[in-house]
Design a protein around this ligand. Structure first.
Ligand code: PLP
Length: 447
């Protein structure tokens, strides 16, 4: 039997597959400073990805923040195999099934009953769009259609479909499409603690950003439908971290000015920051919450918008026009829901939130030696996410670092000059130490 090699897949993938978030020409020019390797993956196991040539890569960023319990996790695999033989899919309009009911019930419990209704889609950007539409439609249904504008934070990322781009503030994703994007979203100062002025604590920065929110709402609260935030960590902004105080104050202001608070927990939910939902650390609940990425264990495309009873009730009426008529073909897919249930089972059976505290400490210890590096700035951590910024003007730093880490057997893909790790929760202490060593070596090789 002929076994294939990396070589076999590289050219075919470059010719036929349009890869995401990629200038495809960068794959074609080995040796160029912007060269981006394309790595054919044959299989995954635990925290490791294996290529066709016998190399393996430690998945230091959980395959774009999705994977929680490793690749080919035996427990999730078993649940999916069973589901596959039971029900692979059925439309969710007019039908229901066990996995979607159980998942909705369990998520409601995880929000302390505050968000008791679950709406389903397949990816994060759709969840953002659903949350925005739900908020707008809620205000319309209760007779306040003027509440139609949205607020987001500087550096925010909520997805890249045209609607979600309206509340995304990352120039490289947004600028080319600016004429298509709805203008009725306002960008507020971020509580990112790197913005601290002399003598300010992270909580001071949070209070300053909240003052900016208050100022805006005083003038525009009447027209504002919702504020959308990534609680505690703004991922695509370069793992910008902020104090929970901002969420507490934002919750108060949203209540005072009758504005929905939407927590986009797509990246930070599911235990990533140390609590199951990041917003728990501020002791608040949002009106709407978006989940995706880790909720299916990183197995299948699944996103969920959870909402409060108040929002849900405003759509109940004899009129179809007052209903939330949004849908996607794969809404509530049973396989994806079953993967999510298996994921929640692991959280319970293994007391993952507690176990992650020790893992987070190990991650902190593995990166601590870098604090003394003259070009490392703002070494920071929130639970299972650790990051630092690299002070360099080298135009291709992130590419060079990425290639240097791959050469050393780790997948660590900086965002601009921010290097971060966000490993699957099953990563061992030895693997965490290896991530630390690889980062140190890749840093030396790329500066
Ligand atoms: C990834 C991400 C999204 C978009 O999810 P997709 O599935 O990529 O569309 C939205 N918000 C946040 C915070 C994310 O990290």
């Amino acid at each position: 039997m002929r076994t294939s090699s990396n070589e076999d897949w590289l050219a075919r993938s470059q010719a036929a597959v349009w890869h995401p978030c990629t200038q495809m020409q960068h794959h074609a020019r080995p040796g160029a400073p912007a060269y981006l390797p394309l790595v054919p993956i044959a299989r995954g196991e635990g925290a490791w990805l294996h290529d066709f040539d016998g190399n393996r890569y430690l998945d230091g960023i959980s395959s774009w923040w999705t994977n929680l319990f490793g690749h080919a996790n035996p427990r999730i695999n078993a649940a999916l195999r069973e589901q596959l033989d039971t029900l692979e899919h059925v439309m969710l309009a007019g039908f229901t099934h066990q996995p979607v009911v159980e998942l909705s019930e369990r998520l409601s419990v995880l929000t302390g009953g505050a968000l008791g209704h679950a709406f389903y889609a397949s990816d994060g950007a759709s969840a953002t769009e659903i949350a925005l539409k739900m908020s707008f439609h809620y205000w319309r249904n209760i007779g306040r259609p003027e509440k139609s504008e949205f607020l987001c934070l500087a550096g925010s990322y909520h997805g890249e479909t045209v609607g979600a781009l309206a509340v995304t503030d990352v120039a490289i994703f947004k600028d080319a499409y600016a004429p298509l994007v709805r203008a009725a979203a306002h960008v507020l100062p971020s509580p990112d603690f790197r913005q601290a002025e002399a003598g300010e604590t992270p909580a001071d920065v949070a209070r300053r950003a909240a003052a900016g929110l208050e100022n805006w709402l005083q003038q525009h609260g009447e027209r504002t439908a919702a504020l959308i935030v990534e609680p505690l960590v703004q991922g695509a902004a370069g793992m910008a971290m902020y104090d929970p105080e901002y969420l507490r104050l934002a919750r108060q202001l949203c209540d005072r000015y009758e504005v929905h608070l939407v927590c986009d927990e797509i990246a930070v939910g599911c235990g990533r920051t140390g609590t199951f939902f990041a917003h728990e650390q501020a002791d608040i609940r949002p009106d709407l919450m978006c989940l995706s990425k880790g909720i299916s264990g990183g197995y299948l495309p699944l996103s969920i918008v959870l909402c409060s009873d108040t929002i849900y009730a405003a759509f109940l009426d004899d009129s179809v026009a007052r209903a939330f008529l949004h849908s996607h073909s794969y809404t509530g897919n049973p396989l994806a829901c079953r993967a999510a249930l298996a994921t929640l089972d692991i959280f319970e059976q293994d007391d993952v939130i507690a176990a992650n505290r020790a893992k987070a400490q190990a991650i902190g210890a593995a990166l601590a030696p870098l604090a003394d590096h003259p070009q490392v700035k703002h070494l920071r951590q929130r639970g299972m996410i650790a990051a630092f910024d690299v002070a360099t003007d080298a135009p291709y730093f992130s590419r060079q670092f990425y290639r240097a880490a791959l050469d050393r057997g780790a997948l660590i893909r900086p965002i601009g000059n921010t290097v971060y790790v966000m490993p699957p929760y099953i990563v061992s202490d030895e693997e965490i130490a290896l991530l630390g060593q690889t980062i140190a070596a890749a840093l030396t090789a790329s500066l």
